[in-house]
Design a protein around this ligand. Structure first.
Ligand code: HEM
Length: 538
């Protein structure tokens, strides 16, 4: 009471502070005993909270999960989150705790419920992937996402893609065919090619042309910096999302090449300016119906205002991120498994030759989907075996909380959907570590296909999945019909390099940020291509 009454007078407060012996106070605070006592009290309190009041206390997981998510975050930043999470789930089960307010799940029925509606939105973590503004992919806002899906969705229907299939064939398979022919001629009948890089170029050219309405030319030139700019921007975003403190210094840590980012911005900016100029000059009706134009037209808006330039940037950046490495990595794993399992490679080629013997006609997506059952099974199994989009898919448990099949998650917690864990769940998949396309061809085949969620599910399912399938069929099926390939002699990974833990050939090592990528692409992703010889040329 006396102190309070003294403090009521401001001049006396000043006096009081003047009288304080700061040196003594500091000494006292820094005194080893005081520090230890404070730390112990803090830890004791955390332990009490974690054991008594913690709503996630019954969920199994590593001990640190009750206090911090740092060990997991560090693995994410190192690109190891899939391997690490896989080992944690193996040890602790299908629902595990990996942070004070975060769990990770591998049960398909739970994932389906979470993904089915907008009730459990994408967590705020997605915002770290914003290209300055939210986009169709990063937004957690239902109205915004619905609007953008309505806007770009029509481009990605199979009907619309059928009208663009010639362009996709030209930018994809035909460009690759031309390049490979040149390389093989220069190499006297064979060419050592980095397939990872060429598939990246193919998908850069296809999506680039669809977005910007003009050719990018990555395949003919043996690459385009756009691919690298996209990768660098995304990897830096993931790293600084986990450790925002790094944001201001990320470029000094080598996480981020600011020059590349500026070039990526300038590339999009020029494309947008060129388009506005083109519309002014030629009139809207004389301009392409490509993705850029659909976004610019933006016939609806949630705030009643025209779309801003930054919003256009955000959508273009997102489309490039979503459309390049996802599909190219799927193709990369397909080709990789063909090199590891020669009997599977042989069967795929036999099916293509049998179903499409007329080599004057290109294999197109609709016919491919109908006729190439084994090929499709190999692609699906590759998607299961190496899930290309990652890390995990964090969803908010909503203000009502979420009932998992084994635990209740209270409101405002994060539920990470671990896609690859779902694809390796032993309750669903027999011998998940065995690469076995036949799973999709037997009596349960159709059911097993539904267990693959490489494109996610529900309201936020991949918008570009039909485009991905179009590229996969037209590029890979035509490629395997015309060319044969084998691994070079110095290749580290082949049919005879067996992993004793699984009894299967070892796959090349990879990293995962937003998408997966080979750890040593220059060393591990080469094959020698040759033109196939046919007894009777058609
Ligand atoms: C094999 C190739 C592909 C795979 C495996 C794949 C996978 C996925 C997955 C798993 C998601 C959900 C991500 C999440 O919820 O965090 C997604 C979303 C998305 N994908 Fe794909 N994708 C592929 C190709 C493409 C292509 C070619 C495009 C074209 C631009 C594309 C555009 C998108 C977009 C815009 C979203 C966000 C949808 C939304 O949030 O409403 N994807 N994709």
């Amino acid at each position: 009471m006396t102190i309070l009454s003294k403090l009521a007078e401001p001049s006396q407060v000043v006096q009081l502070f003047k009288k304080l012996d700061y040196q003594r106070l500091l000494k006292l605070l820094l005194n080893g005993k005081t520090l230890v006592a404070a730390l112990s009290t803090y830890l004791a309190l955390r332990v009490v909270i974690a054991t008594v009041f913690d709503p996630l206390k019954r969920i199994p997981g590593p001990w640190w999960g009750r206090f911090t998510s740092l060990p997991f975050d560090l693995q994410v930043v190192r690109g190891n989150c899939y391997t690490y999470l896989g080992s944690l789930h193996k040890k602790y089960g299908p629902t595990i705790r990996i942070g004070p307010k975060t769990v990770s799940i591998t049960t398909m029925s739970d994932a389906k419920k979470l993904l089915a509606t907008y009730k459990y939105p994408k967590s705020k973590e997605y915002e770290s992937l914003n290209f300055m503004e939210q986009s169709i992919f990063t937004t957690s806002d239902e109205a915004y996402n619905r609007m953008r899906r309505r806007q770009v969705g029509p481009v990605f229907t199979f009907t619309s893609l059928a009208n663009m299939e010639d362009q996709i064939l030209n930018d994809g398979y035909l460009a690759l065919d031309k390049k490979l022919t040149q390389l093989i001629e220069a190499g006297n009948g064979k060419a050592k090619v980095n397939y990872y890089k060429y598939f990246q170029s193919v998908t850069t050219d296809v999506i680039g042309h669809m977005i910007f309405g003009r050719e990018i030319g990555a395949v003919p030139s043996g690459g385009h910096p756009l691919t690298q700019w996209v990768n660098d921007s995304v990897n830096a975003a993931i790293q600084t999302a986990k450790f925002p403190i790094l944001k201001p210094i990320k470029r000094y840590l080598g996480l981020f090449r600011i020059k590349d980012y500026k070039k990526f911005m300038a590339f999009r900016d020029n494309a947008i300016s060129d388009r506005y100029a083109q519309v002014d000059k030629a009139g809207r009706e004389n301009v392409n119906e490509d993705i850029l134009q659909m976004i610019i037209d933006n016939k609806e808006s949630i705030d009643g205002k025209p779309i801003t330039r930054l919003q256009i940037h955000a959508e273009l950046g997102t489309m490039l991120v979503a459309g390049i490495d996802t599909t190219s990595m799927t193709m990369t794993y397909f080709l990789h498994v063909c090199t590891l399992y020669p009997h599977i490679y042989k069967k795929v080629v036999e099916e293509i030759d049998r179903e499409f013997p007329d080599r004057t006609q290109f294999i197109r997506v609709n016919e491919g989907r109908k006729k190439l059952h084994y090929f499709t099974a190999v692609i699906l199994e590759a998607m299961r075996y190496r899930t290309v989009v990652g890390g995990t898919f964090p969803r908010d448990s909503s203000e009502d909380g979420f009932q998992l099949s084994d635990h209740y998650i209270p409101p405002d917690h994060i539920i990470n959907i671990f896609l690859e864990g779902i694809h390796y769940d032993e309750r669903v998949w027999k011998d998940p570590h065995v690469f076995n396309p036949d799973r999709y061809l037997g009596p349960n085949g159709e059911e097993m296909k539904k267990e693959i969620i490489a494109f996610s599910l529900g309201v936020r399912i991949c918008v570009g999945r039909n485009l991905a399938w179009t590229e996969i069929y037209t590029v890979l099926a035509n490629l395997l019909r015309e060319y044969e390939f084998e691994i070079p002699n110095d290749c580290k990974f082949g049919p005879n390099n067996i992993d004793p833990a699984t009894g299967q050939p070892r796959m090349f090592t990879d990293k995962i940020y937003v998408t997966r990528c080979p750890e040593n692409p220059d060393r591990d992703c080469n094959v020698v291509f040759r033109k196939r010889r046919f007894a009777k040329q058609v």
